[in-house]
Design a protein. Structure first.
Length: 263
């Protein structure tokens, strides 16, 4: 079975696009959600990698319905592909142990599915984006949820907006632990605070599960926050796109299995 796919993951502040040809991710890009023209151009560029393929499909995952609805219309009208929606048309292939009323972002489920698809063992998935999520998947491939905290830029913005004197600061990795002015101190607090938070949660998850899980990190701030961090096993920037591919591949395999069984 050949997997030829335009994968679209709409996040809180940006959209990731990926082209999979014969199952391989051959092109990817990340575009700010506020830049509609750039998203259109990105969709056009990504779709060019699928022009010579057969049975290409477009699959959309989203935590921003108003943006994904607009993208869906563009994909249908301009790219002439029927958009398939994750969790509506295709269920993400990950077990779930959550409260009945729980609503979990598709990005978190896709990241969990992609990580377990490769590792096939208990893991913690950290997504360092607009918000930071630290989620646990057990050894049987069941997603249990986890923790959510503000992302790095959101933390900095909240300090500025919630105080009289702290300045507006753009996020970047601090040069040293001790901040010698307010800007340095704010960046240092965010950087080491996030890393300490992740370490504490991973240790707690390991105690609950009885084994130390592998740690996979993704998201726009993944490398800035976690490069060289001894706790992290892998940094995978395109984890959500890989999750979309795993979702489609599983559906194709299940469909093929049902057809064989009926023959």
């Amino acid at each position: 079975m050949q997997l030829n796919l335009l994968a679209i993951c709409v996040g809180n502040t940006s959209t990731r696009l990926g082209a999979f040809v014969d199952g391989d991710l051959v092109h990817r890009c990340r575009i700010d959600n506020a830049k509609r023209d750039a998203i259109v151009a990105g969709l056009q560029e990504t779709a060019t990698h699928l022009r010579e393929t057969k049975d290409a499909m477009a699959v959309i995952a989203s935590v921003r319905p108003e943006i994904s609805d607009w993208i869906s219309s563009h994909v249908k009208d301009r790219l002439k592909l029927k958009p398939i929606r994750v969790e509506q048309d295709l269920r993400i292939p990950i077990g779930r142990q959550l409260d009945p009323e729980a609503i979990v972002g598709e990005d978190r489920l896709l990241n969990a599915a992609a990580a377990y698809d490769v590792l096939q063992q208990a893991c913690v998935v950290v997504d360092a984006g607009t918000a930071i999520t630290v989620d646990f998947v057990d050894g049987a491939g069941t997603y249990h949820g986890g923790a959510i905290v503000p992302g790095a830029q959101m933390m900095l913005r909240s300090m500025h907006e919630g105080t009289a004197l702290l300045p507006s600061v753009e996020w970047k990795r601090p040069e040293e632990p001790i901040g010698h002015n307010s800007v340095q101190a704010m960046r240092s607090g965010v950087y080491h605070g996030v890393r300490g938070l992740v370490r504490e949660l991973v240790e707690q998850y390991a105690e609950i599960s009885g084994a130390f899980p592998m740690v996979v990190v993704t998201g726009g701030d993944a490398e800035t926050l976690f490069e060289g961090f001894d706790l992290v096993d892998r940094v995978v920037p395109d984890l959500s796109l890989l999750g979309v591919a795993a979702t489609v591949r599983t559906a194709m395999e299940d469909d093929a299995g049902m057809k064989r069984g009926a023959s």
